[in-house]
Design a protein around this ligand. Structure first.
Ligand SMILES: [Zn+2]
Length: 472
């Protein structure tokens, strides 16, 4: 298993940096061309491979007009094709769900899934319609990256013991040397990202080399509930990643305040340019409304949240051989609908980070991750299964008369879902409610009838009296 490492380089001289930026800009045009030509049903959607595109470009001379070295454009084509592939794969996840909704016939399902995987969906009317619906045509937005193949870069040590990374420039045999701030040389294929005057080098290392990967996992089965103030609460009542809420709330406040200030400055700049004071408008735009500092702060915040969530997941895996969790990969499609609401956007993003961390840490440390249907796990009592009332961080079961910690109750419910004979991962929400209802009804009919008048018995069932509550 591979994990991405990022090394940052600052203090590169302006000329060298400009040359790299120019190279990335030209490669960005190649990416756009690839998206435009092959980013649809006729291209990657029909199973086209990057090697075929390369041969095609070499034959018709497309590559010449971009003015970059051969290896740079070939790697860029490969990378852009992979991006399109990822875009296609995410559409297929949606279509897979549509198939499951459309038919219960296992043979028909299998046929459609096979056609989908092998990119033979265009000839099936239902699949073609679904793909058109879910595969939104994308475009390239990357103009600041250079992909360097493993055999095209090397590091050198200068007499003072400093490490330099040498990557190809725009001219043959003229390498650009970048001073490294670390003593570890990046390896494998590199992705250089040029942002705000510095170079980020992204590369992958084998996770088995990492210290955290060598820590063994636990031996128990643990359910986890994802939260906002804590990253995870487990079914033992343990809390992991307790600083998450603070981090998110702080960021949310900071973003709201910053957006307010920027809006004000923008309106001052607009007024100035309406008045004809273009110098002032320009000054505000370049000094106060830039994106360098903003992007850097955002990256720092993201890194902090990732660390907090990763630590939380490690804490759970320390005691678990099997981690049972909600399927957090669902409902990502709704991200666009979140609009401008800062809190909801942060929460949706955090959910994705948690899903990633659960998968990667489990894989690295050898624990199993079981994804379950989490419908009603935060609203049902883990002891009697009835739906109760949740207020803030407390859950109140009117039947048992007990107040639980809401997230601990949810984590226990999630744990129990792993062995649930009726509720499968994709059982619809309303069906889950019905199953829960049927179970408690069955339970209720087994109880001795305490009162001969049915109406009173019914009322008692729905509203347990005070003495029952105080017994708990
Ligand atoms: Zn209960």
């Amino acid at each position: 298993m591979k994990v991405t490492r990022i090394a940052y380089f600052t203090g590169l001289n302006a000329g060298k940096y400009a040359a790299l930026v120019e190279q990335a800009r030209r490669l960005g045009r190649i990416r756009s061309e690839v998206w435009q030509r092959y980013g649809s049903i006729g291209g990657v959607g029909s199973g086209l491979r990057d090697r075929q595109v390369r041969d095609h470009w070499l034959a018709d001379g497309t590559h010449v007009r971009f003015g970059v070295l051969a290896n740079a454009w070939k790697e860029t084509v490969r990378d852009a094709m992979a991006d399109i592939g990822a875009n296609l794969a995410s559409a297929k996840v949606q279509v897979r769900r549509a198939i499951n909704r459309r038919t219960n016939d296992p043979v028909e399902r299998k046929r459609m899934l096979a056609a989908l995987i092998a990119d033979r969906w265009a000839s099936d009317p239902f699949l073609a319609r679904q793909m058109r619906k879910h595969w939104k045509r994308g475009r390239n937005r990357t103009h600041d990256q250079i992909v360097v193949r493993a055999d095209r870069h090397h590091t050198v040590t200068d007499p003072r013991g400093r490490l330099w990374l040498a990557v190809p420039g725009l001219e043959r045999r003229k390498m650009v040397k970048i001073p490294l701030s670390s003593t570890v040389a990046p390896t494998g294929t590199l992705r250089l990202i040029l942002r705000g005057g510095r170079v980020e080098v992204h590369y992958q290392i084998d996770a088995s080399q990492m210290r955290s990967s060598q820590r063994p996992c636990g031996d128990r089965t643990i359910g986890v509930d994802k939260g906002y103030s804590e990253a995870l609460t487990d079914s033992d009542g343990g809390r992991h990643g307790t600083r998450l809420g603070e981090l998110l709330a702080g960021e949310s406040d900071r973003l709201k305040e910053r957006n307010r200030r920027r809006a004000k400055l923008r309106s001052i700049a607009n007024t100035a340019s309406l008045r004809g004071d273009h110098a002032k408008a320009l000054r505000i735009r370049s000094h106060n409304l830039g994106t360098v500092k903003r992007d850097r702060q955002a990256a720092r915040h993201r890194a902090r949240v990732r660390t907090e969530i990763s630590t939380a997941v490690h804490g759970v895996v320390d005691k678990a051989a099997i981690v049972v969790a909600e399927d957090l990969t669902r409902s990502f499609a709704g991200r666009k609908r979140l609009g401008k609401n800062v809190n909801r956007r942060l929460a949706a993003w955090t959910k994705g980070v948690t899903a990633e961390a659960l998968t990667s840490v489990s894989e690295r440390r050898g624990s199993a991750l079981v994804r379950v249907n989490a419908a009603y796990t935060s609203q049902a009592c883990h002891r009697c299964g009835r739906l109760g009332r949740r207020s803030g961080d407390r859950f109140h079961c009117t039947w048992c008369g007990v107040v639980w910690q809401a997230d601990v109750n949810a984590a226990i419910n999630i744990l129990q879902r792993a062995g649930d004979p009726d509720i499968a991962l994709h059982t619809p929400h309303h069906a889950v409610r019905q199953i829960l209802q049927d179970r408690t009804d069955r339970h209720r009919t087994r109880l001795p009838v305490q009162d001969s008048i049915p109406a009173i018995a019914e009322r008692r069932a729905n509203h347990p009296n005070r003495s029952a509550m105080s017994n708990q």
